[in-house]
Design a protein around this ligand. Structure first.
Ligand code: CA
Length: 475
């Protein structure tokens, strides 16, 4: 199914026909006045199947599902990297992050002004701010810890959150040798002023919405939930008391905290009468974390280039412009959000931006029946791992498996059957297409322990499997 055409779809497109009779100046003014608020909600390490709208049965997400019902679910929504920091760099710039060397997690070195997304890369918030949007970043940043890389120096009027990759949910400085603290712009926030980080991020979002309800705003709400550490409250644990697996029940409670936050934000927008002209996107920064998350029916997890590492829960709603109850099945990628937001805000992208993402609105509306992308690419660890998807075929070079696979996702969405030996020409062609793209990339500006982690994880998996065959093991 490509997508469901909403019975009232003409209502939505009549707007486009009507404005053509309005004089241009008037139309521009009208558009400016009507520019939508934009809220990008990013979760951290949430699995593809850990939302109701993708089929979760144990973790219930009624508010996120309600958001999805108000617009379109991208059933094949990808991110550009299987883990955090590079994925976020892609979202912020609308470009494959390997083009500017942001290919690993940023090491926590706040005194080092080279460790962060290069400042000559343009962030979406900068363009929105320049054209009159009030802009705000809340939550996890992970794009550099030095002052010059922080959100309030990269296009955001306001910032509340923490700069690095993980944070104690009670705001206690335990991460990065106790150096990492929650901040509000230039001020440190003491742990005594934090209740539970997920709730605090929601509260700050509600405050910013109320403060800026009369002007268009852009909020980047990057919850660190349900990323480790496993910390939650009694209130949320009650929502997963039916889950009989300890880590899964805590992880589910952390997802429930996000879900409650999404519901409160949706209600606030409705109460203020601005929900219908607010574009909200919800997605995860990478596949679900190993053991706690559920990425089924896809293979693998966070860190891997199998579908479970890069295909994420992904939906978009904008009641004034996108009909409800839609599903879009062609591949889209998080890089598309940049161009989509610019279009929604009536900003024509400067060609010098040289974006990789495309504006998704014409595709969602059925005005463009083509696929948004002919080819999608991934590169990890400077090319030690890579993947390319063209049509239904996907080539995956995996460091976990020390092997390059070819899959036909149309008949094998679980990536079980490697068809490379039966299709040597296609295998070679896909490899060539990857190399052509790879030639345009730069070397990573820094590294992280990903490849060491890959080895450890693969060894643990193999040891577990080997041990199971031992006849001397007793319970
Ligand atoms: Ca993540």
């Amino acid at each position: 199914m490509e997508k469901v055409r909403h019975p009232n779809i003409e209502k939505y497109f009549a707007v486009g026909i009507l404005v053509s009779v309005v004089p241009v100046e008037e139309m521009e003014a009208q558009r400016n006045q009507e520019r939508p608020n934009i809220i990008l909600i990013l979760t951290d390490d949430q699995g593809w199947c850990d939302v109701g709208f993708n089929g979760s049965r144990d973790i219930l997400t009624p508010n996120i599902d309600n958001l999805a019902r108000q617009g379109v679910v991208f059933t094949c929504g990808y991110v550009s990297h299987p883990y955090s920091s590079p994925s976020r760099a892609g979202i912020m710039t609308g470009k494959y992050q390997q083009r500017f060397g942001h290919e690993y997690n940023v090491p926590y070195e706040p005194d080092n002004d080279k460790m962060g997304t290069p400042t000559d890369e343009v962030f979406i918030a900068q363009l929105l701010k320049k054209t009159g949007y009030r802009t705000c970043a809340i939550g996890k940043w992970h794009l550099g810890d030095n002052e010059k890389f922080l959100p309030h120096h990269r296009g955001f009027d306001h910032w509340f959150g923490f700069s690095a990759g993980g944070m104690n949910y009670w705001g206690i400085p335990q991460n990065e040798g106790g150096r990492l603290k929650v901040r509000r712009n230039d001020e440190l926030v003491e742990a005594k002023d934090i209740t539970y980080l997920t709730d605090d991020f929601t509260k700050e979002t509600l405050w910013f919405i109320k403060e800026n309800k009369d002007s268009p705003f852009f909020i980047y709400l990057a919850y660190n939930a349900p990323h480790a550490p496993n910390q939650t409250t009694q209130h949320y644990l009650e929502k997963t008391s039916h889950i009989e697996y300890g880590e899964r029940s805590v992880y589910g409670a952390m997802v429930s905290a996000v879900d409650e936050g999404v519901g409160r934000i949706d209600s606030m927008l409705t109460l203020l009468g601005i929900r219908s002209n607010t574009l909200i996107v919800f997605l995860s920064d990478n596949g679900g974390r190993v053991e706690s998350a559920d990425n089924r029916p896809y293979r693998g997890h966070k860190g891997m280039l199998f579908e479970g590492g890069i295909r994420v829960p992904f939906c978009m709603s904008w009641p004034e412009q996108i009909p409800p109850d839609m599903r879009y099945d062609k591949p889209v990628i998080s890089l598309d959000l940049f161009a989509t937001f610019l279009s929604a805000a009536n900003i024509t992208p400067n060609k010098e931006l040289d974006l990789d993402g495309v504006n998704l609105l014409p595709f969602i509306r059925g005005e463009n029946k083509e696929a948004p992308h002919n080819i999608l690419y991934w590169r990890v660890a400077g090319g030690e791992e890579y993947a390319i998807r063209k049509g239904d075929f996907k080539l995956v070079k995996s460091a976990y498996k020390n092997k390059t696979f070819l899959f036909n996702l149309k008949v094998d969405e679980m990536e079980i059957n490697d068809i490379s030996s039966e299709n040597p020409e296609l295998f070679a062609e896909m490899g060539k297409l990857y190399q052509e793209w790879n030639n345009k990339l730069v070397m990573p500006l820094w590294t992280d322990p990903h490849l060491d982690n890959v080895k450890k994880e693969q060894k643990a998996l193999l040891d577990t499997r080997t041990k199971s065959m031992s006849r001397t093991e007793n319970k």
